[in-house]
Each structure stands twice: as structure tokens, then as C-alpha cells.
Design a protein around this ligand. Sequence first.
Ligand code: ZN
Length: 484
Amino acid sequence: MNDEYENVIIGLEAHIQLTNLKTKLFCGCDADYRGKEPNMFTCPICVGHPGSLPVINKKAIEFAIRLALALDCKINNFTYFFRKNYFYPDLPKNFQISQYNKAGGKAFADGGKVTIKVNGEKKEIVLNRIHLEEDPARLVHLGSIASSPYTLVDYNRSGVALIEVVSEPVMTSPEEAREYLKQLKSIVQYTGISDLDLEGSCRVDANISIKGHARSEVKNISSFREVEKALNWEIQRQKNLLKRGKEIQQETRHWDDKNRVTIGLRTKEFEKDYRYFPEQDLVPIEIDKDFIAQIKEELPEMPIDRSKRFQKEYELSEFDADNLVLDKNISDFYEKGIKIDSSFGLEEYKLYCNWLMNDISGWLNENNKTIKDTKLSPNQIVELINLIKEGKITTKIAKTFIDDMTKGNPISKILKESGKTRIADKNKIIEIVKEVIDENLDIINDYDKNPKALEALIGKCMQKTKGQLDPNITREILLELIKK
Ligand SMILES: [Zn+2]
């Protein structure tokens, strides 16, 4: 156990925007505000004019049911909305329409779980509840919130549908929190309710405490990636305070991702300050059992089941399968790909997985892209594997094709233009090996003492031919010629 995280308690509230909804939660305004002129998609409802009446978006209810089912929550068949009152420029009505699980109210769904794996150990992160609410408007600052000379407000986001997923405070390290969010993101992607790769589509509030002390809430961490950093910083801050004999105050803090610190915003408001009360302008929602059953029927296979199936059908290791299914688009790509060539068997299934998880994923990470952003096609990797199998190119050459493959170029074209075919002609290889030997007599003289000499010489041969030589034949010839 890492001492650094001893007695740490973390609970997360993830606000997931339903980016796959066309309209906002309570009005018909366009919900796709990204990259648009500010304050274009507004109406009396989402800017809170007196007398305007909200109407629930049925599709949002369907999306919430999908997520509740995928997370194994218990859906409440009868639910209604509450007003959460607070005064802030991002909230023109001075209240946010949300849900509340007290005072006669019920969450949209209770309980649920997300299974994570840290250091090979499985752990279930138990959820408290999920609920639907509207997004406030977007506040835009110049640089950091603390030093910006002004705040701009964009009401295009006001009223966009969110689902809040509230975990129990059961995570014990920033690493667990990262894994939890990774799995949650994957599940959300499979349900088809949101694209969490979009900027600002998921914001997290984190409750952090050291056992026996007050907690702080770090608000509005703007991406999953930032959460681990914010948690690490906040844990350190609290531990340092305790070390100096000071006590931790219950407060709300803000994660400043530009300066990489949390800043105290206000001492914690208490729940009663929000004066929750039922939203009288909306009728209670009764969710029909048949409606739930129908949605359950249409729900795709979830990542945890898909991983098990991949292990069974394609005999992938648990590690490979778990990684492969994390991104639905990549695992769809995989299944499509391995079925193209009917001669493919277990060996090719594993090779195909390796190409996707190592070289392709590496390229995507480096270029900050998802597979959907590229023109990669499942067939390209089939061709690549076949070319290597037939001995027409080496794996090393194949790796240099990835950049061109992502542009959608057919393998045959890449191969032709690169002029890089595998050289297996013995006479040609002998010629090159002889040249390398002549140029590297110092390595040859060292050969008996230095076990790495052979590899160094193979490397020199490859350098000369940009990796085109067949490595096995080259090795054989080198060994033969050196002995002479
Ligand atoms: Zn509107």
C-alpha cells in the first residue's frame, strides 16, 4: 500500500452531458452549441423568462434509462423534478431544475456499480444514484478564473441535458478515480447517449478527505484527464495542513487547470442553502415497465460482457480483451476486421489485436485523435497482416505505413509509393552484409567478446536498406560470413 494515499477517501460526481440529444432538456432549442456563435440557441424557457413553461424531453428520459440499466441501477418508476435555488450568472432563473432524493423526492435511479481493475485487482465502485438535470450557461474567462478581468456568459448551454452520476465515497486513490472514470466513459459510449471526447462534455466534482477530517469539494474539473491531477494536488494540500498541525476546513474549491492548483472559493454551502423544493411547472414522471423493458432489449452488449466474449471466441487474454473493448469504435473495428478474411484464425486474431492496441492506438494517442477521426478501414490491417505473412514486407516496414493508412490510402498504393518491399534475395543480402562487414571491422574484431555485436551488425544492415532486409535471412548470412 502506497503510504502517500493512506486514509484517503474520494467520492466523485460526474456530470455527463447528453451530447447525442438534438434538443435541450426542457425546450426545443438546439443542444449542439459547440463551435457556434454565443447566445444563438435560446428561448424564453432556457433563459428563464417568467411565465415560460418547461416540457420534459422524452428522449432524455430514454437516455437516462439506458445509462441506469448499463450501470445496474434501480430505476424509480415514479420521479419528479426539484428546484435547486442559487444565484449565479450562469443561471438566469436563479434555480436549476434538478432531482433530489430527499423531502419526498427520489433520484432517477438508485445504486448501481462500476467495476474497475487496479494493479490486476478487481474492485466494485458502488454508486449512490444517478439523476437528470439541466446544464447552466457557460462562463468564459480570460485565462484563470481568479485573475480574469471579466466573465462572458454563453446561454447556448443553458438547459442542455445532463446526467449526474454520484459515486459513494469508496475510492482510495487518484488512480482508482482515474480507472473508475475510464470505465464510466466506456459504458457511456456503449449506451450511445454521449460522446465524452467532446470538450466540456463531462465535468467532475470531487469530494476528498483524509479519514477523520472535514472534506473539501473540488468543483468543475473540466475533463476526466484533469481529475487525477486535481486529486493528487488536493490530497497533498490536505496532508500538508495536517502535518503542520492545522485543521481542514469544509469548503468548496476550484481546480485551476492553467496553474495546476486548487483555489478556495467559499466555505462550503450546506444543502439547506439550496432550498430544494418540487418543480411545480413539471408533472411527475411515471416510467412504464414496458418502456424500460423495450430499452433494455435495444441496449447493445456492454464492455464487460464483450471482453468475456472476446476471451472466449477469439481466445484473447483478459488483458488484451479488456483493453480492446474499452473504446467501442475500436472493438467494433476489430470484430469487423477479423471477419473479412475467412482464413484468419487465432494467430491472426491476436496479431490484429496487437496492431490495434499497440501501433494504431499509439498513433491515435500521439495525434490526439480517435479512430473515427481517421480514414482507417478494417481491411487495411487485414492486408497488412497478409503482406507480412506472405513475406512481402517486414513488420518494421509495415509500421511505417500507419501514417498513410490513417489518410485512407489503400495498402497497395502505400506499398508501391514507398518502394519498400522485403528483400529476401540471398545474393542481394550477401552483397549488403559484405559491405557492412568491411565498414565495421572494429565490431567484427570485438565479436568474440561482445555478445551484442551481432545485433549491432544486423542493425547496420537494416539502416542501409531502410528496414527492407528479411531479418532472419540476414542473421543467417551474417553468422556464416563472420565465421569465415
Ligand atoms: Zn430554449
